[in-house]
Write a new protein. Structure first.
Length: 134
């Protein structure tokens, strides 16, 4: 199973569609499950989790083989990028807590994590040196 954030958008939706076409199972992390009916109709398991909610993201990533994270755009960030820093901090905590579980469970050992953002600043803030960042 793969956890995909942003499945209601173009990029996350395309990632989910490709995985489903390849007969993979997908857990879609969305802010509002009611707005993701298309994902559910295609066969995605849906979980409600905001990108800023570490506990909800940790639960959404539980028991998956891989994670695709698409950070929602912020078209009017504060000058100090506090929003991006908060998201990066949340992702660091969630992924750091998930990594030992993935290593300990042989069948849950992802080779890569993809973190995508329209803001390269977020990727510089989000220090995840052993993961692939795009």
């Amino acid at each position: 199973m793969f956890a995909i954030t942003g499945i209601t958008g173009q990029v996350g939706g395309e990632v989910a569609r490709n995985l489903l076409t390849g007969r993979q199972t997908v857990r879609g992390q969305v802010r509002d499950v009611n707005k993701a009916k298309v994902g559910a109709e295609r066969g995605c398991e849906l979980v409600a989790a905001d990108i800023n909610d570490a506990a909800a993201l940790t639960a959404a990533f539980e028991g998956v083989d891989g994670v695709f994270v698409l950070v929602p755009p912020n078209f009017d960030p504060s000058p100090d990028f506090q929003e991006a820093r908060a998201i990066a901090g949340t992702l660091n905590r969630v992924l750091d807590s998930a990594r030992p579980r993935w290593r300990d469970q042989m069948h849950l050992n992802p080779d890569h994590l993809l973190v995508a953002s329209d803001r390269s600043r977020l990727l510089r803030i989000c220090h995840l040196p052993s993961w692939d960042l795009i």
